[in-house]
Write a protein that binds this ligand. Structure first.
Ligand SMILES: Nc1nc2c(ncn2[C@@H]2O[C@H](COP(=O)(O)OP(=O)(O)O)[C@@H](O)[C@H]2O)c(=O)[nH]1
Ligand SMILES: [Mg+2]
Length: 129
């Protein structure tokens, strides 16, 4: 499950990780869990097409936990090794959106949650804030 604020590279990183896994001999399916941002589903579809992997998606505005759940079920049924779950970007200050991530985790039980951040982010020492 890939999380982080908007535009930091979650979706792109999913494509990169999928490619790495495929090259290492693992089978992969993508979960189109960003059901919020315009074009997010098409963006992941395009990556999936180029990678030759399947992507499970619902409609915009649908529950991303359900997308994740369906994708894991698909992977189990088809014997696919890895499920990579995209999510919509969010800030940690938005309680509703953070609760949504908690729900996805509760429903899907991802084995790994990866936060994607901008590598050029300025890391301020605690005492200089
Ligand atoms: N320079 C650079 N750009 C990146 C990198 N990863 C993603 N991007 C670009 O950053 C923008 C947002 O990426 P995206 O994967 O859609 O971010 P998301 O909103 O977190 O899913 C796109 O224009 C990407 O091409 C990276 O590692 N380096
Ligand atoms: Mg994205």
């Amino acid at each position: 499950m890939f999380v982080g604020i908007n535009g930091t590279g979650k979706t792109t990183t999913i494509a990169k990780v999928a490619r790495l896994l495929i090259k290492s001999g693992y089978s992969v399916v993508l979960a189109s869990g960003d059901t919020y941002r315009a074009g997010a589903i098409e963006q992941l579809d395009e990556h999936a097409k180029r990678l030759g992997v399947r992507v499970i998606s619902h409609q915009y505005g649908s529950d991303s936990a359900a997308v994740g759940f369906d994708t894991v079920q698909h992977a189990r049924a088809q014997g696919i090794d890895a499920v990579l779950i995209d999510t919509a970007g969010r800030m940690q200050t938005n309680r509703n959106l953070m609760d949504e991530l908690t729900k996805i985790k509760r429903v899907v039980h991802p084995s790994l949650t990866i936060m994607i951040i901008d590598s050029l982010i300025e890391m301020m020492p605690q005492n200089k804030r």
